[in-house]
Design a protein around this ligand. Structure first.
Ligand code: URA
Length: 232
């Protein structure tokens, strides 16, 4: 059992003092009833609580998916563009969620964020080979030999070992679907450039077994309750 103040603090609602204030000022309800005492004890597992009319479920660790729009950076301290963190509500920002890998400013699609360090490691470590699927728009028609080259492996400028796509299929004259198990910097753009084409549009449609839900609009986010749904 933990106090309601501890509950709010653990879920990113501010400092302990701020959380105690939220409770004492009547902003918090459990089972429809205002809880005015910050020291009131609750069993947190899967507990639903309301803060200013918004319902939250207690989660020891946070894991969310975001449909990343164009024009946002994945770094915590972005330079030229706003951070993707601004697309999450303040409690999630305060919990210190981190993007699971990065998408470029001009890339759209499925981005996972979590404050679970072990999960972050599992999903980003090259050892685990989690496949990521990218929908690529190219400047020039995709030639069969370019696709063969991507599947056979290309050498990028920062590593003499070739890096190969785990999957590559044409989806149109100027588009292809590329599956990668690594997560190198600008990997899709550099691989496509290495075979003599050029990426003009990039969208991540899947991460592991998880595909971007069609009803999740750009800029929207959603909880993922089961981390195993990513690794399948
Ligand atoms: N590869 C890239 O080049 N950019 C991304 O955003 C993701 C993968």
């Amino acid at each position: 059992m933990i106090t309601v103040e501890q509950l709010l603090f653990s879920q990113g609602f501010g400092t302990r003092r701020e959380c105690a204030g939220l409770v004492a000022q009547g902003h918090v309800r459990i089972d429809g009833t205002v809880v005015g005492d910050p020291g009131h004890r609750v069993r947190p597992d899967r507990l639903e609580f309301d803060v200013d009319g918004v319902t939250w479920t207690y989660r020891a660790k946070a894991l969310v998916m975001l449909h990343k729009p164009v024009g946002y950076e994945c770094s915590q301290k972005p330079s030229a563009w706003p951070s993707v963190m601004l697309l999450l509500p303040p409690p999630l920002r305060r919990r210190g969620l981190q993007p699971v890998g990065r998408l470029d400013q001009d890339t759209t699609g499925l981005l996972l964020l979590t404050d679970d360090g072990a999960l972050l490691h599992r999903l980003t470590s090259p050892k685990h080979h989690v496949p990521k699927v990218y929908e690529v728009q190219t400047a020039r028609p995709v030639e069969p030999r370019q696709m063969q080259h991507l599947l056979a492996g290309v050498v990028l400028d920062d590593d003499p070992r070739p890096v190969a796509a785990a999957g590559c299929e044409a989806t149109g004259e100027l588009s292809l679907r590329l599956t990668l198990v690594q997560g190198k910097y600008h990997q899709v753009k550099r691989m496509v450039a290495a075979v003599g084409n050029h990426v003009i549009g990039l969208h991540r449609s899947a991460f592991g077994a998880l595909t971007l839900p069609p009803d999740l609009a750009p800029g929207q986010w959603r909880w993922i309750d089961d981390p195993d749904s990513i690794t399948g």
